[in-house]
Design a protein around this ligand. Structure first.
Ligand code: PMP
Length: 424
């Protein structure tokens, strides 16, 4: 399917197959053992592993080019600034030819969303205004709006989940009202894997002139996304979920919109001129990057993006889709396991969330760890989703470019052994 013409979620025609053995060789951590077993890393929705090229770029920055950026007029400062700003351009290219002036580096996706809540929300949301979210959101796209709504006397509404793990859009036209000022929605669910029809949701928001924020944390690493074909005002995501370093997030928006907003944090770098009791702001994106940023990690992030670009995002998508299809088929062979989220793998990214009717996800996860298998057990920062499915936690396996069917076989075999261990 094509999520309202914005995210290509089906496999492209003639996609090249990934050479997983070669890719694995690029990830040093995958050579290590866990409890004497080969590491089977299936916690990619939490964070991904890092290729040697990114690790090398990070080390190389500190070994050869370390300096503070933008201010210095010496060689190292120039080099460091060049590396930092080069990543901005690489991110803009990865997004399908975005304007680099509209690419702001933050600490993570969470900070990018909080930036919008603070710098746009606090000045544009009035008492009685409505913010429309979904019942599927990660807490990082819920809590900033809960805080804002409390402060402003605004009303939060949620597009409801339905049993098949997708959003129920039947009443969308009633949920969006003339008081709706913002619709903020995740592109892909971290808890269920569901790919949301964000084009359809944005179109409804536009009918009342609401702004649209897309949480792309689970989309940008896994699906081809072209911002020119995507209707949004703000797009947020994290580097660490796409082979990049921790401590780097991105907020992307049109430069004109960013110029119209108040600053987020105040301090060095974000100003043009400061007097005793007044200040003017720097040009975007610097207006939103107060203080010394995470220079080295931003500089290294471009290697991760280039690595993904070399593989090709359509290929990444096809690979994950095939793993997801295989994993769902294999997990269904264990009758006590219930998979949450869409039945059709085409409607989901490489995330499979499940519960075993006899075992707590934490117990499962602990036994799997003994077999070298890293999955996640918990509420996945999506307590509304857990509440909807009347559970407190799920087990979640999430795939990436270095996973293959062998990994899934080890997962499924370990699940069987866990059941045996607990006497089922
Ligand atoms: N949104 C989604 C959909 C996520 O999966 C995550 C991370 N699990 C976040 C936001 C927050 O990302 P970060 O912790 O990097 O800020």
């Amino acid at each position: 399917m094509s999520a309202a013409g914005t995210i290509t979620s089906g496999p492209p025609a003639q996609a090249r197959k990934l050479d997983v053995a070669r890719i694995r060789g690029d990830f040093p951590i995958l050579k290590r053992q866990v409890h004497g077993k080969r590491l089977v890393y299936l916690d990619n929705a939490a964070t991904t592993q890092k290729p040697e090229c990114m690790i090398e770029a990070l080390g190389s920055f500190y070994r050869t080019s370390n300096a503070n950026i933008h201010r210095g007029i010496h060689k190292l400062a120039e080099e460091a600034t060049g590396l930092y700003e080069a990543t901005r351009k690489v991110v803009a290219r990865f997004l399908g030819g975005a304007d680099p002036h509209g690419v702001i580096f933050t600490r993570n996706c969470t900070e990018a969303i909080n930036l919008v809540a603070y710098a746009w929300g606090r000045h544009n949301i009035k008492p009685g205004d409505e913010v429309l979210l979904t019942e599927m959101e990660h807490h990082s796209n819920l809590v900033p709006w809960i805080i804002l709504a409390r402060e402003k006397g605004a009303v939060l509404k949620h597009i409801p989940l339905q049993e098949n793990g997708t959003l129920r859009l039947d009443d969308l036209d009633k949920l969006v009202t003339p008081r709706t000022k913002l619709v903020s929605c995740m592109m892909v669910s971290n808890a269920l894997g569901t790919i949301n029809p964000v084009g359809e949701i944005a179109a409804m928001a536009r009918r009342v002139g609401a702004k649209v924020l897309l949480d792309g944390a689970q989309a940008l690493p896994h699906l081809p996304v072209d911002v020119k074909k995507l209707d949004f005002d703000f797009l947020a995501f994290s580097a660490h979920k796409m082979l990049g370093p921790t401590g780097v997030g991105v907020l992307h928006a049109r430069p004109e919109l960013l110029r119209s907003m108040e600053p987020f944090l105040g301090g060095g770098e974000m100003i043009r001129e400061v007097r005793h009791d007044s200040a003017t702001w720097n040009e975007v994106p610097h207006k939103f990057e107060a203080g010394t940023p995470n220079i080295a990690d931003v500089a290294a992030f471009s290697s991760s993006i280039e690595y993904l670009e070399a593989i090709g995002m359509p290929q990444v998508r096809e690979h994950e889709l095939s793993l997801c299809r295989y994993a769902m088929a294999e997990l269904r062979k264990i009758p006590s396991i219930r998979i949450l989220g869409p039945e059709d793998p085409n409607l989901r990214s490489g995330v499979v969330s499940f519960v075993d009717q006899d075992l707590h996800p934490h117990d499962l996860s602990q036994i799997l760890d003994q077999h070298g298998v890293a999955i996640r057990a918990g509420h996945h920062c999506a307590q509304l989703v857990m509440r909807f499915f009347k559970t407190v936690a799920t087990a979640r396996a999430s795939f990436y470019i270095y996973n293959d069917r062998d990994d899934i076989d080890v997962l499924v075999e370990s699940l069987r052994l866990a059941r045996k261990y607990f006497g089922f």
